[in-house]
Design a protein around this ligand. Structure first.
Ligand code: F6R
Length: 586
């Protein structure tokens, strides 16, 4: 979701901005733009669509200072006018976030004679800063006062046409980091945007204002200069290369055995499991997350309840944040997030903290907002995940929850961790091309399952729909006859997941019901369940592993299937339409 890059230094800013925007592409965007200063004038270039469109429209030029932006439309259509940077008077800015009170501010400014070209809240922010700047020519004071006027979330990168040596930044609840190098300094939404130049960075906190010049970065809190810790980003450049893979998603699916093995080596083989938080002291756990992370949480619920004997409530973060909570000092709130920046999940962490309950983050991106704000964090260490549709981070979220459940259970029958990377390595090499061809022709498809199989089905269905654009629904198998079974007609593909032995017969009855109505059933099951062939039209059989770890292997064929279907349909697999990797607005 919206990406920001900015640079001031000895080098030409223009290629740095374009390179940086390309590295932020994975966040999701629909238009892009840059602005730089040349002879005390702001030059702005914007284009709808891909960054390539912007890049090819640029003439040879040179500037030592500039800002760039990838826009993921929130206020106003996808068009060049709404695209950032926005200039109003002396102020040119890029914005990530939402200024919630922009209509009120806009009315105020209209009364003062300001006019607006775009429909965006960001142009209003630029105009408001310009308005304040016209009253008090001290830009630092003006930027520091923004917190008194702007409601909502914002990361802002700002340049002024007559200050060609300074780049300004401020943030509240939207990510922004500051990169430091000997050839100049950067602002960016995320480290990959600037890693080509530096891995030294500092984190800007809420309500702080930064002033970057080519040799210096000054950060102010309430106008007082403060000292920030310089951090080093631990990163392997190769991680972000596609290598021989056609898509990042395929690469990330294939990385799963390796990242899972690393996790197991750390916590199980090297006996570091005691370093994980012990959940025994809690009566209840609330898990909050969005999308696939929510699905991982659902799996965690079944595992922790079954093997750890603690009640777990899983909620979509955007719902949890607005509901009445029943939590006390015996409750743990777990926030699961790959990016660590998902606005709704972050809001839940803050609410939980207001209630004074313990918070635990299961996070991938190191030093992200959620990781910094929770009381305790477990990093899943999935490495850089570029494809918008998560695979390896989801798997490690599930593995983390399974490990927490195992830690509670101390049941050796559930310790098949060493088998896991071996089975995964075998599974990621499979293909399901013939089945994918059949699915690719469908307009609607259904997934069914019970209990943990239902949670796996939800994730499999999301993976398929988000990258192939096929309408896909998941039903708890027992719920079908309460309405949804009327959707089943001849040839309708139903993917049924049956791995939980104790209730396999129940799901099989539901499968027979849909088969009797003409459904084409694809069964995903374990070898040991030996389900008879009258129950399916096609079958995907998975090797057995202890019950605790079954969800980790069952999802793999379904990730591959989703990938293959999307490829047959010619979809933009790594960057599906309308989606953003990091959802930093509510
Ligand atoms: C789907 C997907 C999303 C994310 C969701 C939460 O493939 O990736 O549903 O899981 O947007 O994102 P994080 O985990 O960054 O909080």
């Amino acid at each position: 979701m919206c990406g920001i890059i900015g640079y001031v230094g000895n080098k030409n800013a223009i290629p740095i901005l374009i390179e940086g925007l390309k590295k932020l592409e994975y966040r999701g965007y629909d238009s892009a733009g840059i602005a730089y200063i040349k002879n005390q004038k702001i030059i702005t270039k914007k284009k709808k669509g891909k960054i390539k469109n912007l890049e090819t429209s640029l003439e040879d030029d040179n500037s030592n200072i500039g800002i760039g932006h990838t826009r993921w439309a929130t206020h106003g259509k996808v068009n060049v006018t709404n695209c950032h940077p926005h200039t109003v008077g002396d102020i040119t800015l890029v914005h990530n976030g939402i200024i919630e009170n922009y209509e009120k501010l806009k009315n105020e400014l209209l009364n003062k004679g300001y006019n607006f070209k775009s429909d965006t809240d960001s142009e209003v922010a630029a105009a408001y800063i310009d308005y304040l700047y016209k009253q008090d020519k001290d830009i630092l004071k003006v930027l520091n006062s923004c917190k008194n006027y702007f409601k909502g979330s914002y990361a802002l990168g700002i340049i002024l046409h007559d200050k060609d040596d300074s780049l300004y930044a401020l943030r509240k609840d939207s990510p922004l980091i500051i990169g430091i190098s000997k050839d100049g300094n950067f602002i960016a939404s995320d480290m990959p945007a600037i890693l080509k130049y530096t891995n030294s960075y500092l984190l800007l906190d809420n309500d702080e204002v930064a002033v970057l010049t080519k040799n210096n970065v000054l950060v102010y809190n309430n106008l007082k200069p403060i000292t920030k810790k310089t951090l080093t980003f631990d990163y392997n450049e190769e991680e972000s290369l596609k290598d021989e893979y056609e898509h990042y998603m395929l690469k990330e699916i294939n990385e799963q055995p390796k990242v899972v093995k690393e996790f197991i080596t750390k916590y199980i083989d090297n006996k570091q499991i005691d370093k994980l938080p012990n959940l025994k002291k809690y009566n209840k756990i609330d898990i909050v997350a969005c999308g696939s992370a929510y699905h991982a949480g659902l799996i965690g619920k079944y595992l922790i309840e079954e093997f750890g004997n603690i009640e777990v409530n899983v909620e979509i973060a955007s719902e949890y944040r607005y509901k009445k909570l029943f939590i006390d000092n015996k409750t743990l709130v777990i926030a699961i997030s790959q990016s660590g920046e998902t606005a709704d999940t972050l809001a839940c962490v803050r609410i939980a903290k207001e209630y004074g309950v313990d918070t635990l983050g299961i996070v991938n991106v190191v030093a992200s907002s959620i990781a910094r704000e929770v009381d305790n964090v477990i990093y899943i260490n999935a490495g850089c995940e570029i494809a918008v549709a998560t695979t390896k981070a989801y798997l490690l979220q599930v593995l983390t929850l399974a490990t927490l459940a195992y830690n509670l259970a101390h049941d050796d029958k559930q310790n098949d961790f060493s088998k896991l990377p071996i089975i995964l390595s075998k599974l990621v090499k499979q293909n399901y091309y013939d089945l994918a061809k059949k699915i690719a022709k469908q307009e609607h498809i259904f997934f069914i399952g019970r209990n943990i199989d239902y949670a796996i089905a939800l994730e499999a269905s999301l993976k398929l729909k988000e990258i192939s654009y096929i309408h896909s629904e998941t039903y708890a198998a027992g719920e079908l006859k309460h309405g949804s079974i009327s959707l089943i007609d001849k040839g309708r593909i139903v993917i049924a997941i049956v791995t939980k032995k104790s209730i396999a017969d129940k799901t099989i009855s539901n499968i027979k019901e849909v088969k009797a109505r003409g459904a084409y059933v694809v069964l995903v099951t374990l070898k040991s369940l030996n389900i008879t062939s009258d129950c399916y039209d096609e079958i995907i059989v998975i090797d057995d592993i202890c019950e605790l770890l079954v969800p980790l292997i069952t999802i793999i064929p379904l990730q591959i299937l989703a990938y293959e279907v999307a490829k047959i349909r010619g979809c933009d697999i790594d960057k599906p339409r309308n989606l953003a990797k990091s959802v930093t607005v509510e």
